[in-house]
Design a protein around this ligand. Structure first.
Ligand SMILES: Nc1ncnc2c1ncn2[C@@H]1O[C@H](COP(=O)(O)OP(=O)(O)OP(=O)(O)O)[C@@H](O)[C@H]1O
Ligand SMILES: [Mg+2]
Length: 378
């Protein structure tokens, strides 16, 4: 079994590491346990196979190539970015490009620093240790990691209480690959120990189309160019969502059509699944609709908005709003949530005379650009 296979089974099927969304949401960027298993079949296995992210991919290529020439493990790598953009895929690719094993764990899974010490001392020379959700690592384990990353040593504590002694233990040189969706929560000392930080960006539709075409190939789905463009346009810049929508459209195509994913089939399927042409689902639209029709475009507090759509405030805040903000449809202002003119237009409402509350200029206009930090740490 290759290092790659090992990686996949541990990362994607590990029980209890991820909470599956408790609603059926075609455009949630997070994945439940079952989806992670399905996803593993679609992962790219080499940098050449990895689509998009030109900056991170090119830089990483240099880092890996340099290390291979020197015959030493590369610098520790931190991959940060929103869910579903390919952090785990890249971590596994690093192992396969280097031809080394990838050992996988996650911040929350490391309960005691002793567990981490054991894992580190079992690494073979040059192995990759992948720590997912590294921002959730407990403080004692994090401190142990500092010395391991810097000096390839760990302190093993022997005994208990006042008589306990720390025995330094050499470990093999390795590369730590950390992934995080919340880079802002990482402590300074940990962040500083990564020699390479890759910031993943949202994908443009051209790259998403390539992701969809590649996945269609792997799944044996016949797909037209306009069909894949239609799916790509609704995938919120996220390969995970693109792959998920492709699978749903494929089901529709097989049951209701001749199996081919054409523009018409994609449109009909996505309408059935309630994903509109911007990639908003039913809940996103009802939040916007309430904001526009019940509260005149805002400002309104998130708790009130949540009651109006019959959802929990944290669902509205963490599931709907990040994308609405990124798409330039909603703004979070100190006085509350505000719909933008684009939101009025998207819902087919006339923009109020005198503009929306935002035009008054709170200085808080949303940015629609990729990598919006509000989305990231929302
Ligand atoms: N650049 C890419 N090219 C092709 N497929 C991709 C790419 N990036 C991601 N994918 C696909 O998207 C899915 C999700 O990717 P991955 O699990 O690597 O994301 P992630 O950033 O680790 O997400 P999370 O933060 O939830 O762990 C995978 O099935 C993978 O096949
Ligand atoms: Mg991941």
């Amino acid at each position: 079994m290759s290092s790659f296979d090992r990686g996949l089974s541990a990362a994607d099927a590990g029980p209890g590491r991820y909470t599956a969304p408790d609603w059926d949401d075609a455009v949630d960027p997070r994945a439940g346990d079952e989806e992670r298993v399905v996803e593993s079949a679609l992962r790219p296995h080499s940098l050449a196979d990895f689509i998009g992210q030109p900056k991170v991919a090119r830089q990483l290529d240099l880092v890996l190539e340099g290390a291979k020439r020197r015959g030493r493990p590369p610098d520790h790598v931190l991959l940060s970015g929103p869910p579903g953009l390919g952090k785990t895929s890249l971590a596994l690719i690093i192992g396969s490009e280097l031809g080394t094993a990838v050992k996988i764990t996650s911040g929350p899974a490391i309960e005691r620093s002793g567990d981490l010490a054991a894992m580190l001392s079992n690494l073979a020379p040059g192995d990759v240790l992948f720590i997912d959700e590294i921002h959730r690592i407990a403080r004692p384990a994090e401190e142990l990691l500092y010395m391991a990353m810097e000096d390839f040593r760990v302190d093993v504590v022997v005994g208990k209480g006042p008589g306990a002694t720390a025995i330094p233990l050499e470990i093999n040189p390795f590369t730590l690959v950390g992934a995080t969706t919340r880079a802002g929560l990482l402590t300074g000392p940990l962040r500083d120990r990564f020699g390479f930080v890759g910031q993943m960006e949202f994908y443009d539709t051209t790259d998403l189309q390539k992701v969809i075409a590649r996945s269609a190939d792997l799944l044996g789905v016949e797909l037209t160019a306009d069909g894949s463009a239609e799916i790509a346009g609704r995938s919120r810049g996220t390969p995970r969502i693109a792959n998920r929508l492709l699978r749903r459209v494929r089901d529709f195509a097989e049951v209701r059509a001749d199996g081919r994913v054409t523009l018409e089939v994609a449109r009909a399927a996505l309408a059935l699944y309630d994903v509109d042409d911007l990639g908003l689902d039913r809940l996103d639209r009802s939040v916007l609709d309430a904001l526009v029709t019940k509260f005149g475009g805002g400002p309104v507090g998130v708790a009130t908005l949540a009651v109006a759509v019959g959802e929990e405030p944290h669902t509205v805040e963490e599931v709907c709003e990040p994308f609405l903000v990124r798409a330039g449809l909603l703004a979070r202002t100190p006085r509350g949530r505000v719909a933008t003119e684009a939101a009025f237009r998207h819902l087919g409402h006339a923009v109020p005379r005198g503009g929306v509350p935002l035009s008054g200029g709170t200085g808080d206009r949303p940015s629609a650009g990729p990598g919006d930090s509000t989305l990231f740490d929302a």
